[in-house]
Design a protein around this ligand. Structure first.
Ligand SMILES: NC(=O)c1ccc[n+]([C@@H]2O[C@H](COP(=O)([O-])OP(=O)(O)OC[C@H]3O[C@@H](n4cnc5c(N)ncnc54)[C@H](O)[C@@H]3O)[C@@H](O)[C@H]2O)c1
Length: 281
């Protein structure tokens, strides 16, 4: 359940035209947020609320590049919270990761301080801990305090983003929440996603909670639905007001015929086949 006491304000969503951005644009607007989208491109899909469907004219739109310091600072005028999603969400060549995820994320945090925005919610990923082995988390959950074991250069860039958030909090007093997102799609596409699935409606609940949690300092949380076989500890997110309502279990039968070879990276590692992913040719 969304905390009805929390007061939405104006949110800037970077990467708002992408998959997660499309979920959040409509979902947060439906909760009363004034949404400003920022992206290299305009959205391919209309804004929609995961529960109630299309929401028209809900979003102010700015075309821009997060690596352009003036453009991203200007986009933050009168903003209460930045949700930073923009970047490359999979493995890629280091030069591309360096530009979009490392330089770009630095520009976003730095612009937030210059623009006087009090809070940034940063989209990290479970691929910062992708090299942990699934077999070690059958009886216990992986906590956010475990040392990062990124499974890709993409995951490394997200460890950097989390560290940037910590630095901007300690040095500049910025309120920062880093959400290590699981697989945020309408439905799980693989058996591993049964563990990591973050439903669209729960994604809205998560980001709304992180955007409105009182007395935020620096927080690191895992973001997934209440999946029966989830391996990440949702405690830190729940303490900030996140109450997931969905569970991937209803999709399990779909993957019943997929073999469970313990040596298959998709089965062995928390990061699955990201542990063998290569940049595009
Ligand atoms: N989708 C998931 O399941 C998932 C899981 C874990 C983490 N994440 C993280 O969430 C964020 C969003 O993921 P997504 O799946 O929506 O990705 P996506 O590729 O669908 O969207 C990313 C958006 O960022 C924009 N973008 C890229 N570089 C930019 C730049 N320099 N300036 C402005 N905009 C730029 C792209 O145009 C795109 O619209 C990413 O940071 C990703 O790492 C996503």
């Amino acid at each position: 359940m969304v905390d009805e006491q929390a007061r939405p304000g104006r949110v800037l969503i970077t990467g708002a035209a992408g998959g997660v951005g499309t979920i959040l644009r409509g979902g947060l607007a439906a909760l009363g947020w004034s949404v400003r989208g920022f992206d290299l491109v305009t959205p391919a899909e209309p804004d929609s609320d995961p529960d109630t469907g299309p929401v028209s004219d809900a979003v102010e739109w700015i075309i821009g590049d997060i690596t352009d310091p003036a453009a991203i600072e200007a986009a933050m005028a009168d903003v209460d919270v930045v949700i930073h999603l923009a970047g490359i969400p999979v493995e890629d060549h280091f030069a591309a990761i360096l530009h979009a995820n490392i330089d770009g994320t630095h520009q976003v945090f730095d612009a937030a301080v210059r623009a006087g925005v009090p809070r940034v919610v940063y989209a990290s990923t479970n691929h910062v801990v992708g090299y942990y082995e699934r077999a070690d988390f059958t009886d216990t959950k992986l906590g956010v305090g475990a040392r990062p074991r990124p499974d890709t250069l993409y995951g490394v860039s997200k460890v950097f983003g989390e560290a940037l958030g910590s630095y901007y909090h300690d040095r500049h007093g910025l309120q920062v929440a880093c959400a290590r997102l699981g697989a945020c799609y309408a439905e799980p596409h693989t058996r591993r996603m049964l563990d990591t699935w973050l439903s669209p409606a729960d994604a809205v609940r998560l980001f709304h909670a992180l955007a409105t949690a009182p007395d935020l300092g620096f927080e690191l949380v895992f973001g997934a639905s209440a999946n029966r076989t989830g391996w990440c500890d949702l405690g830190p997110a729940r303490r900030l007001g996140y109450h997931p309502q969905d569970d991937s279990e209803r999709f399990r039968d779909r993957f019943a015929d997929q073999p469970l070879d313990p040596d298959d990276p998709e089965v062995r590692y928390l990061g699955g086949d990201f542990t063998t992913a290569l940049p595009p040719a």
